[in-house]
Design a binder for this molecule. Structure first.
Ligand code: GAL
Length: 374
């Protein structure tokens, strides 16, 4: 099954925008291997907007001849040789958001071209959609065209959550769909996109089809980062932890050729990745007294082995907030003994009953694995 667990990889857009070429892609592929990202599960290397030449040639999309001189098939082959999968981008309208030719009216030929090139992942955007077009039809056309190729191609729908894609995208063959506008490298953006806008979406996610609150901004605020803000280590930890709890696709957006140690350690955290990739595929939801946006938010999801993953998020400005999760929030009897592994701090406790409490600093998180004891 494609995307039995949330897709993991890297996408060029967040850091590089339209300034991409084959050299960058090959260096990124090497860095994904050398840093251990590939072996941790980050398999898809996706080229976003602006890879195309300004015009079709013989009715087919072509890569920009200067920036992608080797051609996409050869580039995809090099990426495959490193044990990675290769992704590309087009748009359901006449042009991409950057004004390059897109797939409206060319769905079949483009899907065949992508398959011939060895593409494994298509991100399909929504700029320049023709007036009055039905988005469901537009996305169905490309979904059918992809299925008619002889290649397994992961289909990533990107219409920014504008037409409630969680209600229809899986039925047109999508494996993931954006639920929101573009993410920015700011706490304000992350707390809106990853928390407020996800609260009601958990029923729609599951193996093979995932809500996508956009790509990761972890590590973008480091040295050499251009514009957009940047976040603290605690805020990046909350962002990554929440994307793991949400069973969100984990598409890295920073420059992986020059990650700091704290960025690398976070993106490679085995406890968090295991939660994200849990085979049950349940997306976390808010639990606890407030069940609402507030300075203290508790999110939880059941895991395949009967444990629960819990995120205690201090969304407020005060450090050291006392936060807790009660067994009743996890559907456990209050006298049920459970082991608690605090994945964020590395602490562990056995045979707790009733609740677990800990102090969490401003904009930080503690992620727990609560395992009922037999
Ligand atoms: C936006 C999309 C971004 C990026 C950009 C490229 O519509 O949401 O993720 O793909 O287009 O132009």
């Amino acid at each position: 099954m494609i995307a039995a667990t949330p897709p993991m990889g890297w996408n060029s857009w967040n850091t590089f925008g339209p300034n991409i070429d084959e050299g960058l892609i090959l260096e990124t592929a090497d860095a994904m291997v050398a840093s251990g990202l590939r072996d941790a599960g980050y398999k898809y290397l996706v080229i976003d907007d602006a890879w195309m030449a300004p015009e079709r040639v013989g009715g087919r999309l072509m890569p920009d001849p200067d920036r992608f001189a080797m051609g996409i098939a050869a580039l995809a082959a090099e990426v495959h040789d490193l044990g990675l999968l290769f992704g590309i981008y087009s748009c359901a309208g006449t042009h991409t958001c950057e004004g390059f030719p897109a797939s409206y009216g060319y769905e079949d030929v483009d899907a065949r071209t992508f398959a011939e090139w060895g593409v494994d992942f298509l991100k399909y955007d929504y700029c320049y959609a023709i007036a009055g077009a039905d988005p469901v039809q537009l996305y169905r056309r490309m979904g059918q065209a992809l299925r008619q190729t002889d290649r397994e191609i992961l289909y990533s729908v990107c219409e920014w959550g504008a037409h409630k894609p969680w209600e229809w995208a899986a039925s047109v063959g999508a494996h993931m769909w954006r639920t929101t506008e573009d993410i920015l490298d700011t706490w304000e953006s992350v707390s809106r996109i990853g928390f407020d806008l996800q609260a009601d979406l958990h029923p729609y996610a599951g193996p093979g089809h995932w809500n996508d609150p956009d790509m990761l901004v972890v590590g973008m605020g480091g040295e050499g980062h251009v514009g957009r803000g940047g976040m603290t280590d605690a805020e990046y930890r909350s962002h990554f932890s929440q994307w793991c709890l949400l069973a969100s696709p984990l598409m890295i957006g920073c420059d992986v050729r020059s990650m700091s140690d704290s960025t690398k350690n976070l993106l490679l955290d085995p406890g968090l990745i295991a939660i994200n990739q849990d085979p049950l595929g349940r997306q976390a939801y808010r639990v606890g007294v407030a069940k609402d946006h507030g300075p203290a938010e508790t999110w939880a999801r059941p895991l395949a082995d009967g444990a629960w993953a819990v995120g205690l998020f201090n969304m407020g400005d005060e450090d050291g907030r006392l936060m807790s999760v009660g067994w009743e929030d996890l559907g456990l009897r209050l006298d049920q003994p459970a082991g608690v592994e605090n994945i964020t701090t590395g602490e562990a406790a056995e045979s707790l009953v009733g609740s677990y409490a800990t102090n969490v600093d401003s904009h930080d998180v503690n992620v727990l694995r609560v395992t009922p004891e037999l």
